[in-house]
Design a protein around this ligand. Structure first.
Ligand code: SF4
Length: 352
């Protein structure tokens, strides 16, 4: 497995990066390459494919691809591709991808300096600040730290994650870089677009979380959204308390395959005299679950389905550790105190 990058400058890919990545791939002597990217980065694919197909046969996956856990091995096998080009995510440290996968990260360069007055306002009450970001901005951590120092703050960046590839990087199911420095900081600053990562961070730690969206220039605190999501989680758990029949969702993708956790969830349900069936799912979406009689689901595949998408499912969708609260073995207050997403994958194998 190799990791390359493409830089985006003023909304365009740097041509020299495209040439470098394509040369690397052609140099591998592959006969056919399968290319995949998340929906938000599918615009990158034609730039690569146009050049690549002059030397190599190419097939493109149109399927969604939510993380580095979604590497398209099955599609590659079916269409006889000997190499998978996975664009937009960094690899997961705990996954053995083999030699047939190349990751291409997409690095963006929004201006940070012009928004720093806003950052200063939200961080006014804090001095020691933990700094985290997503894969698209990890190369900006140095600059970010300098700007914070110039504003009189002491920035602290954690190491790489248990799953996350880079120092100071967080992903939807791994906030260990932040956990590592939590005791040393008064608050965290996340830099990047959208609320997905900073919300996850706020559910993994107890310190206040702030975010700078460098595209809109907005700096904001996560507390209101965290409260809203915790309320939704509480309601889901309360509903699950009345359920007797559970579906244990088991991921079908390489980075969502957790047989040990599935076994523990099943043993735990059995201990509580609940009936259950294990359902292998590629994507956890409502239409895949309608035909089953389960009254509630426990998702071992991706913790963000329960946290971000619970409202689209008619039946309760729980994290494995929330099951402890539903069965009366842990208090809701203790769960909130330790953080819903505080362990790797949002799950802890030892909790059940
Ligand atoms: S398990 Fe979910 S949060 Fe983790 S990398 Fe995969 S899609 Fe992202």
């Amino acid at each position: 497995m190799d990791v390359f990058y493409l830089r985006v400058v003023r909304k365009r890919l740097l041509y020299s990066d495209i040439v470098r990545v394509v040369d690397e791939i052609v140099g591998r002597g592959s006969k056919r390459v399968l290319v995949q990217a998340p929906d938000g980065l599918k615009w990158v694919i034609p730039y690569i494919v146009e050049k690549l197909k002059k030397s190599v046969n190419v097939v493109v996956s149109s399927d969604p691809c939510y993380g580095a856990c979604f590497v398209a091995y099955d599609e590659a096998r079916l269409y006889e591709a000997d190499l998978i080009l996975h664009i937009g995510h960094s690899p997961l440290r705990d996954v053995d991808y083999g030699d047939s996968v190349v990751f291409v990260e997409v690095l963006e360069d929004p201006s940070l300096a012009k928004h720093f007055d806003e950052v200063g306002k939200v961080l006014r009450a804090f001095n020691r600040v933990g700094v985290v970001t997503n894969v698209h901005h990890v190369h900006l951590l140095e600059e970010l730290s300098k700007l914070l120092r110039r504003s009189g703050k002491e920035p602290i960046v954690g190491g790489d994650g248990v799953r996350a590839w880079h120092r100071g990087q967080v992903i939807g199911c791994d906030y260990s870089s932040a956990k590592e420095v939590e005791a040393d900081v008064e608050a965290f600053l996340f830099v990047g677009g959208g609320t997905f990562h900073p919300l996850g961070l706020s559910l993994a730690i107890t310190k206040p979380v702030f975010a700078l969206d460098p595209y809109s220039g907005r700096a904001y605190g996560l507390e209101p959204l965290k409260k809203k999501v915790l309320m939704q989680r509480f309601q889901q758990i309360e509903r699950a308390k009345r359920c007797r029949r559970f579906g244990v969702l088991a991921g079908a993708r390489i980075g969502q395959h957790r047989p040990a956790l599935i076994q523990r969830v099943c043993d735990y349900l059995e201990k509580h005299a609940k009936s259950f069936e294990v359902l292998v799912v590629d994507q956890v979406v409502p239409e895949r679950l309608y035909p089953f009689k389960a009254e509630a689901f426990v998702d071992t595949a991706c913790p963000r389905v329960a946290v971000d998408d619970a409202a689209i499912f008619k039946k309760p969708m729980l994290l494995p550790k929330e099951l402890l609260v539903a069965m009366g073995d842990k208090s809701w207050e203790d769960l909130v105190e330790e953080g819903l997403l505080s362990q790797t994958f949002g799950y802890d194998l030892h909790i059940l």
